[in-house]
Design a protein around this ligand. Structure first.
Ligand code: GDP
Ligand code: MN
Length: 390
């Protein structure tokens, strides 16, 4: 789950990570009032969306008067913001963060923490080339991207901060070293205690007077840990998801849109991946990943089918169910009800196996629906490939 910059900065404040003072605004009037109540001018007007790369796209404006705040706010709110992370149609901006402008910037740094799946632990990434996207830094100046692993049994060790900073030219003094070390420790505390997948500060700035401030903040959380992070879950804003993600969220389904034309519904993520592999081996492309889960009920099957059918690219549907916890007869009646609600105009191929498989096949057979039954997964894949090639 992603959150907005202003929410990430609230969490930074809670953990003692320094951020500029700022206020949220949704109207031009609020934007101007907020600016007037903050130190400045200058002020910064910042578009709040769940994507980065806003600066270059015109979503971050440094302004010097109340009139300029109003104009910047009006411009940002009136057109969708298109950044490399939003997709070509961009993202409409509904929220602005108005901040005191930090002017006497001396240096900009990049700091983030992510999970490294190969090392099987969190790693901290540090660069003195802050302000640039990290992908760009590692492409252009890989020697400036430093990585340190974090042992979760010990937490963030101060010597890791020294490993980063001893490479700097000029090397920071003891006071600055202490500030970095403390900030990194707090960032790690936030990362680990809130079940984050990513915390990122880009840029972290040092002012000419030696103040350290996080100018930007990005956090994403592990969805699977939200059950124990209730106050984090509250920060969720469905508006920032695309229409397919919203539908899947409402239906409690694990749905991801892909590029092909075969609609796929499977129970279990592993089986879903294996099914997609077999479809590809048979020479066709799945239109989606859809795992209705081991314990899916009739309603979820019906909604899954609805989602697949509302995708106009879908030329054929493959339903692959291995009935374990999920009983085949429950699936079958879900399919039948779904099919009656929404007319299925494309070929439907079903492969059923497992608990109550006979009852399931019986329900499908008596439904009057037009569908084909495959005896196993391989046959199902080749049948579906023939449908879209034919
Ligand atoms: P992003 O482009 O989405 O990552 O948005 P950022 O919040 O990082 O803002 C983009 C850039 O605007 C930063 O890299 C800074 O260079 C600049 N910026 C943001 N806030 C301030 C500020 O208070 N003062 C100054 N001088 N520049 C700022
Ligand atoms: Mn940034």
């Amino acid at each position: 789950m992603k959150i907005y910059e202003f929410q990430a900065k609230d969490l930074f404040r809670d953990f003692g990570i320094p951020v500029p003072s700022g206020k949220l605004a949704t109207t031009l009037g609020q934007a101007v009032d907020s600016a007037k109540s903050l130190p400045g001018p200058p002020w910064v007007v910042k578009a709040q969306i769940h994507a980065g790369g806003r600066g270059k796209a015109g979503g971050i404006r440094l302004v010097n008067s109340a009139e300029q705040v109003e104009r910047a706010a009006e411009e940002i709110l009136s057109v969708p913001l298109i950044t490399p992370q939003t997709g070509p149609s961009g993202q409409k901006v509904r929220k602005l963060l108005i901040e005191e402008g930090i002017v006497d910037i001396n240096r900009e740094f990049y700091i983030s923490i992510v999970i490294d799946r190969e090392l099987e632990c969190p790693v901290m990434i540090f660069s003195q080339a802050g302000g640039m996207e990290v992908e760009e830094i590692s492409a252009k100046h890989p020697e400036l991207v430093l990585i340190e692993s974090i042992d979760i049994a010990r937490g963030f060790m101060p010597y890791k901060a020294r490993n980063f900073l001893y490479s700097l030219e000029p090397m920071p003094d003891k006071v600055m070293l202490g500030k970095f070390s403390e900030l990194m420790t707090r960032l790690y505390e936030l990362f680990i205690s809130k079940d984050c997948l990513l915390v990122e500060i880009n840029p972290l700035v040092i002012t000419k007077s030696g103040k350290m401030v996080a100018l930007d903040a990005k956090i994403s959380f592990d969805d699977n840990a939200l059950f124990r992070q209730k106050e984090i879950e509250q920060l969720h804003d469905p508006y920032e998801m695309d229409e397919w993600e919203i539908k899947a969220f409402q239906y409690d389904l694990n749905y991801i849109k892909l590029d092909g034309n075969i609609g796929v519904m499977v129970n279990g993520a592993g089986l879903a991946m294996a099914t997609m592999d077999l479809i590809k081996l048979a020479g066709a492309e799945p239109a989606n990943f859809l795992d209705i889960g081991g314990g899916a009920n009739e309603r979820m099957v019906r909604n899954g089918l609805k989602m697949i059918l509302s995708d106009k690219r879908v030329k054929a549907i493959l339903i692959n169910i291995f009935g374990g916890i999920m009983r085949c007869d429950v699936l079958a009646s879900g399919v039948v009800k779904g099919a009656k609600e929404i007319e299925i105009k494309v070929p439907l191929i079903v492969r059923l196996e497992g608990t109550n498989v006979e009852e399931g096949r019986e329900i499908l057979k008596n439904s009057g629906l037009d569908f084909s039954v495959a005896k196993d997964l391989e046959e199902a894949a080749s049948m579906i490939a023939k449908q879209v090639k034919g």
